[in-house]
Design a protein around this ligand. Structure first.
Ligand SMILES: Nc1nc2c(c(=O)[nH]1)N[C@H]1C(S)=C(S)[C@@H](COP(=O)(O)O)O[C@H]1N2
Ligand SMILES: [Mo]
Length: 232
């Protein structure tokens, strides 16, 4: 089954501009992609009575899905027409998590973490939508290090920063995490808790359109850096 959330040219979410390639992007571009073990696993934890560790082979072995989707980075670029393969987050949730949640516990949020420690807390509801994948293939090939090997979250409805790469751990939360006191740069570029692209939820407190120019500068700077490093 293929779900299609690509949009004809000209109908990108507000404030986005199309680019004709898919760069390696993110906050750790100065570092190489993390090393992946020979037998990767994903651990489901948080409020579960005990953590559950599942091998990647098992996790992606059944109920495979395909998804054609555009990818929208909060910095303002969109890569269009990407073809992903993997498993639906909702199916994984039903298979491993739902049966393990203790009676009386309600999971409201999900913390998805990558091998590089980058993470995002999503509302459970946003991840249970049918077009949210845990993807292990892109463009007919296994995911490479640039784009999130061995497994990444793909949610076309949310900005790139919610699409965690190199997924190794998924923690269930019974409430929104407490707001910390992040470093200044993180406060300036504060993520939005829902990060929905069509609502332009670019920023935690400022309207999306207002923060666009800031991100435009960051985009130019980072894409130039990525080109210099020779990633594509
Ligand atoms: N593990 C991890 N996931 C991540 C990031 C990261 O640095 N580490 N960067 C995020 C951001 S800001 C974007 S735009 C996309 C970029 O994905 P790409 O490198 O496949 O283009 O990954 C997101 N997921
Ligand atoms: Mo991003």
């Amino acid at each position: 089954m293929t779900t299609d959330t690509t949009h004809p040219r000209g109908t990108l979410p507000p404030g986005q501009r199309r680019i004709d390639y898919f760069p390696r992007f993110g906050r750790r571009l100065d570092q190489p992609p993390p090393t992946v073990s020979e037998h990767p696993t994903v651990v489901f934890g948080g409020v579960l009575p005990a953590p559950i560790e599942v091998s990647l082979d098992e996790l992606v072995g059944a109920d495979r899905r395909e998804l054609d989707a555009d990818f929208h980075c909060v910095a303002g670029w969109s890569a269009t027409g990407l073809h992903w393969e993997g498993v639906a987050f909702a199916d994984v949730y039903q298979r491993y998590v739902a049966p393990a949640v203790a009676p009386g516990t309600t999971v409201t949020h999900v913390l998805v973490r990558g091998l590089d420690d980058e993470h995002f807390v999503a509302e459970l509801e946003d991840l249970l939508a049918g077009n949210v994948l845990l993807a292990d293939r892109l463009g007919g090939r296994p995911l490479d290090g640039d784009h999130g090997a061995p497994l990444r979250l793909v949610n076309p409805e949310q900005y790139g920063y919610a699409n965690i790469k190199h997924v190794c751990r998924i923690d269930m939360l019974a409430g929104a995490p407490p707001a910390g006191s992040p470093p200044l740069i993180d406060r300036m570029l504060q993520s939005h808790p829902r990060a929905r692209v069509w609502e332009e939820e670019r920023h935690g407190t400022l309207p999306g359109w207002l923060i666009r120019p800031v991100y435009r500068v960051i985009k130019a700077f980072m894409l130039a850096g990525a080109a210099r490093r020779g990633t594509s």
